[in-house]
Design a protein around this ligand. Structure first.
Ligand code: UD1
Ligand code: UDP
Length: 363
């Protein structure tokens, strides 16, 4: 039996979660295979993160690209099945909640390849989110569930999953943040983008916000309202870019629509922001550690620990502008204790658990 551990990544947030796990396994001389599905493929959605985070070139790139959920997931599964059959890894590590994650879990479960899920057990309890479906199915299929926050145990137990498979390892995305902290410098990023010193940063890409024209219009109008008080920099995800532009989200009057940024520039800008407005999962976590106030334009979050132990607040589009005013005028207090184990050593804990798991398998 091979002892190789394979990793599947495909979309932007996967890369910063995988990097510390890969590095920690490499430090243990663990043989590894890195599979990039190509779900994200623009230079600024993919390659830049490999360069900036020092991630090795993937061993395999499936080049799957975009499509409807069924088209994309089918292509992901077809490509992954052939790759797994060729390489026969001892285990497959999957990250987060994107289509590449569920596709890899399904393929491996049916081929009898054990699945390790990093960032297991998060739940928004909102099945209108594609990610919630991906999380639930991936967790059912996983053999080792590595969780970022303690409430995941309860979610997994409530779904009848065996909590003996669960380990609290902390947050590998925060490992990446802490590892690169010395590189973050907001001033040159602001200068290059023509931004003033005082700035809010916004990212938006959830289908519920950018695909629905009624909601999207409410958010565009709210951002314009916020921009009357503070310049708003919006590194815009390719999803919905055209729709948001058609609805009036264009540069001018304090709004700065820019291309997606690389990791170092993005986190630099966030670290030097007065406020963040987002619907991203990862950005809720990063702002918690950077201690930058974060308004999340969603009705729920699978990351409630960023509210109880961080700087995050949920807002509706109608609440966004007044909530931003309250933050900017210093009216909002945030909890002071940070989530347990978000300490820069989650990758090492993942690696320790994965190696012990391989030993139990007899790999
Ligand atoms: C995906 C994930 C989402 C995650 C987000 C991170 C799923 C179901 N969704 O959403 O959970 O928060 O990534 O960024 O997996 N596109 C490009 N260039 C690219 C990639 C995408 O132009 O490099 C455009 C295409 O028009 C594509 C659209 O973005 O159709 C959506 O891409 P897709 O990967 O399907 O989903 P995301 O919205 O990016
Ligand atoms: N990010 C980035 N450049 C950007 C926007 C986001 O590097 O222009 C990073 C961000 O710091 C975080 C990750 O991308 O680490 C989050 O990915 P995204 O918001 O696309 O996905 P989600 O976390 O919502 O699944």
């Amino acid at each position: 039996m091979s002892r190789t551990v394979a990793h599947v990544v495909g979309a932007r947030p996967n890369f910063m979660k995988m990097a510390p796990v890969f590095d920690a396994l490499a430090a243990l001389d663990q043989p590894q295979l890195l599979i990039h599905t190509g779900q994200h493929y623009d230079e600024k959605m993919s390659d830049i993160f490999f360069r900036e985070l020092g991630i090795p070139e993937p061993d395999v790139n499936l080049g799957v690209g975009s499509g409807s959920h069924a088209t994309q997931t089918a292509a992901l599964m077809t490509g992954l099945e052939a790759t797994v059959l060729e390489h026969e890894p001892a285990a497959m590590v999957v990250y987060g909640d994107v289509n590449s994650t569920i596709a890899a879990a399904l393929v491996c479960a049916k081929l009898g390849i054990p699945v390790v899920h990093v960032e297991a057990g998060l739940r928004s309890f909102d099945n209108t989110m594609p990610e919630e479906i991906n999380r639930r199915v991936t967790d059912v299929l996983a053999d080792l569930l590595l969780v970022t926050s303690p409430e995941a145990y309860g979610h997994l137990a409530d779904e009848g999953l065996d909590v003996d498979k669960v380990r609290l390892v902390g947050n590998p995305m925060i490992d990446t943040l802490l590892k690169h902290r010395a590189r973050f410098d907001a001033a040159p990023v602001k200068a290059a983008a023509g931004l003033p010193d005082r700035v809010a940063v916004s990212t938006l890409h959830r289908p519920a916000n950018v695909d629905d024209p009624v909601v999207a219009q409410q958010i565009v109008d709210a951002l314009k309202q916020v921009a009357k008080s503070i310049d708003v920099a919006i590194p815009l995800h390719p999803r919905g870019r055209q729709r948001l532009a058609d609805l009036g989200l264009v540069s001018g009057d304090g709004i700065h629509v820019i291309d997606p940024l690389g990791y170092v520039d993005f986190v630099s800008l966030v670290s030097g922001a007065d406020l963040v407005i987002t619907d991203s999962g990862g950005v809720q976590e990063e702002t918690t550690i950077l201690e930058v106030p974060c308004l999340t334009v969603r009705p729920n979050t699978e990351r409630p620990i960023t509210i109880t132990h961080g700087t995050n607040r949920l807002v509706t589009p109608a609440e966004l502008a007044p909530a931003a005013e309250a933050v900017l005028s210093g009216e909002v207090d945030f909890p002071t204790d940070r989530p347990p184990f978000w300490d820069g050593r989650a990758g090492q804990r993942c690696a320790t658990e994965i190696v012990a798991f391989l030993d139990r398998l007899g790999a």
